[in-house]
Design a protein around this ligand. Structure first.
Ligand code: AQP
Length: 340
């Protein structure tokens, strides 16, 4: 398109709205993170200016091992790059490299109602799981998350279902700031995938989580994956192979919906309802289709392990760009709130 007929390609690209999302280096990245977030991220790279954070400040709000933190950050970077967050198409940085995140969080704290924070589902769940360490950081987690998003004046935040409440809270804070100090922050929208927004753990008891022993790692060894998948929870009505089941309440069927083609989904749904296939048959089919997705990701991750310059360079360049954007936002925020 030439300048006479509309904006140049470069100008159009500059106009793409910003998008932010983050992942905690709190353990092995799992297929719940992939279905709820990472896969969606890779599909949005052309539509938005995408900024992804490895949010280490968030990961220290629960008990963690300081000695292995850097290794987990690196693994998170490699896994995300292997899944499709390529240099040149997005930014991928480590949150603590841009301390403006915590500065904005402090300012937003002054607008955040304590009552609302105390009612956040994630805070209540994590408090239950960390009874001996219910710290202020855990309580304040959604404010830091709001700062992550607003620092880049993001319009969109692709997340899994568990994070919708936090994005609503981010919108509230943006609105409050704008009302008090003049329009500045966009009210960001949560982009939640139609399928895979809440993957349950293999025990069927809770959301699949890095910190619970209920997950399949995205770049885990295939034998390990099968060892976990084989005994995993299915429709409890299927006590024997001859018992018909209900795919709609079976976690394995949800995974088929995320990894298997439509004809296979139909085949397992009918086979389950009529008891013409057993749960192990169904899991074997799922395993084969999951491997079609995971094999190339795992292979790319193995290659990236040996390319530390590429990984470090991407993280460093991304952090430099994010720092520049963050400084611009903070200069404006400080001025609006009456600070220098
Ligand atoms: N089970 C899930 N199904 C779908 N989406 C999920 N996400 C997490 N679990 C599921 C999405 O993954 C993104 C990154 O999550 P996170 O690392 O910020 O933290 P989390 O939601 O607290 O994830 P975990 O795995 O449960 O970590 P821990 O155990 O450390 O708390 C988010 O977009 C999230 O919605």
């Amino acid at each position: 398109m030439n300048a006479m007929h509309g904006p140049s390609r470069q100008a159009q690209e500059q106009k793409r709205p910003n998008l932010f999302s983050g992942i905690q280096p709190s353990g092995e990245i799992h297929i719940g993170n992939y279905c709820g977030a990472i896969r969606n991220w890779t599909q949005l790279l052309d539509e938005y200016e995408c900024i992804f954070g490895i949010v280490d400040y968030h990961a220290i709000t629960v008990a963690y091992d300081a000695d292995t933190m850097q290794a987990r950050i690196r693994e998170a970077a490699i896994t995300n790059m292997a899944a499709g967050l390529e240099p040149g198409r997005c930014l991928l940085f480590v949150q603590s490299q841009v301390p403006e995140h915590t500065e904005l969080a402090w300012i937003l704290n002054t607008l955040a109602p304590m009552g609302l924070l105390g009612r956040m589902t994630q805070f209540k769940e994590k408090s239950r799981r960390n009874e001996d360490n219910i710290n202020v950081g855990l309580f304040d987690y959604p404010v830091l998350q709001a700062a992550d998003v607003l620092l880049y004046r993001s319009h969109a935040v692709p997340v899994g279902e568990d994070q919708i409440q936090h994005i609503e809270f981010t919108r509230d804070l943006a609105r409050k700031f704008n009302l008090r100090f003049g329009d500045f922050f966009p009210e960001p929208n949560a982009l939640v995938p139609k399928s895979g927004a809440r993957i349950m753990g293999l025990d069927g008891q809770a959301k699949m989580s890095k910190s619970l022993n209920n997950y399949i790692g995205l770049i885990e060894d295939p034998d390990e994956i099968w060892n976990k998948l084989r005994p995993s929870f299915t429709d409890p009505a299927r006590k024997r192979r001859s018992d018909p089941g209900n795919p709609l309440i079976c976690n394995i069927y949800t995974l088929h919906e995320n990894f298997s083609p439509p004809d296979v989904q139909k085949e397992v749904s009918q086979g389950c309802k009529s008891a013409s296939i057993g749960c192990i048959d169904c899991k074997k089919m799922l395993f084969d289709h999951m491997m079609k997705v995971f094999d190339p990701i795992r292979e790319r991750a193995q290659a990236l392990e040996k390319q530390s310059e590429l990984v470090d360079g991407f993280l460093e360049e991304s952090a430099t760009t994010c720092k520049r954007l963050a400084e611009e936002t903070m200069a404006e925020v400080r001025s609006r709130i009456g600070l220098r």
